[in-house]
Design a protein around this ligand. Sequence first.
Ligand SMILES: Nc1nc2c(ncn2[C@@H]2O[C@H](COP(=O)(O)OP(=O)(O)OP(=O)(O)O)[C@@H](O)[C@H]2O)c(=O)[nH]1
Ligand SMILES: [Mg+2]
Length: 345
Amino acid sequence: MKIGLVGFPGCGKSTVFGALTGRRVETGYASRSSSAHLAVVKVPDPRVDALAELYSPKKITYAEIEFRDLPGGHDAELDRTSLNAMREVDALCQVLRGFESEAGDAPDALREIIDLEAETLLADLQVAEARVERLRKDRSNPRELALLERIQEALEAETPLRSMELGEEEQRLVAGYAFLTRKPLLLVLNVPEDDAALEIAEPIRVAAKERGLGLVSLSGPVEMDIAELPVAEQPEFLESLGLKEPASGRFVRAAFALIDLISMLTAGPDECRAWPIRRGTFAPKAAGRIHSDIERGFIRVEVTAFEDLIELGSEARCRDAGKLRVEGKEYEVCDGDVVHFRFNV
Ligand SMILES: Nc1nc2c(ncn2[C@@H]2O[C@H](COP(=O)(O)OP(=O)(O)OP(=O)(O)O)[C@@H](O)[C@H]2O)c(=O)[nH]1
Ligand SMILES: [Mg+2]
């Protein structure tokens, strides 16, 4: 799962990226280069910690999301490189400049929300128009044509595609086009240090709400400082700023929810681990996250809910209490399921 940090030049993408990843990847601010920086970020998960306490495993592994710091383009516009880079990620986080720019421009986050929306609508419209024209000509796929005409209409009416209800087959059809306004979007307001604990201004909150978008705020440079402090010294520093936890925690959780991921858990003396899977994934496909052999040779899965396992203290006790279920191919794995796959290859 890849999440791209996007936004207009100089809005603070690289700074937010640094805040998110601390010094694990970047030392100091990423320079203003045209290439994308990558970082894999762990998703904090108390359930994995609880399982680890139960099993004392050799290894503990958290779910991870990959963040990409995408190039901002030139001048005030997003160029083709930036737009294409956006197509390759699963979800977008738009960084909004909440501080005065290097050139002395006052922040205008609302304008940035509207402008990015306009540019992505236009980019999608170009894709839809080209495809509609093609499909009209070769008459090969009337269903896809009908769908793309609807999509074109929505885009012309300036409706982002993420607010369009699509059936399962339609979703499959559009997936290949990588429409930008179809990608889940989270807004991240990058504010000055003094505003780190303040409520976000109302017009921005309203704009996010109207569009059904998530909104978080953080102060990039401050969070960067926090990420660089020894863990033991972080709480005191956070408190002095009126904050409860570092941005990485809040932000990563919001991003995880954004892409509709849930955690499947595995536990044992070797490893306790969270596996990110999409909500609604069937057991064999979920097994494939662990290894393709397990998907191929899937027989069944034994499932205990995390809460039951912690409450009863062992899988044997869960079995005795009837809390260990055996499920088949049609089972949709739920958030917090502790699973054992049985397979045969
Ligand atoms: N005052 C202030 N300056 C900031 C803040 N965040 C970033 N900056 C500065 O703004 C400038 C641009 O920040 P970057 O993080 O490089 O922005 P960017 O979006 O990655 O820029 P491009 O990659 O060129 O599009 C840098 O000089 C940062 O130090 C902030 O919260 N407050
Ligand atoms: Mg940058």
